[in-house]
Design a protein around this ligand. Sequence first.
Ligand code: ZN
Length: 57
Amino acid sequence: MAKKGQAVEKIALQCTECKRKNYTTFKNRKNLQGKMEKNKYCKWERKHTLHKETKIK
Ligand SMILES: [Zn+2]
């Protein structure tokens, strides 16, 4: 499990087309710099779209 102080951050992946947050994932800040972008399946649009990293409250 992720302990406090580790360089792992929980993020959401937001669809760039419908703006829904479809996925949550963990990002290692040591390995990844800048925003994460992934092509993911959007169940609302029933197609693959670009999803971008966004913060979870
Ligand atoms: Zn979408």
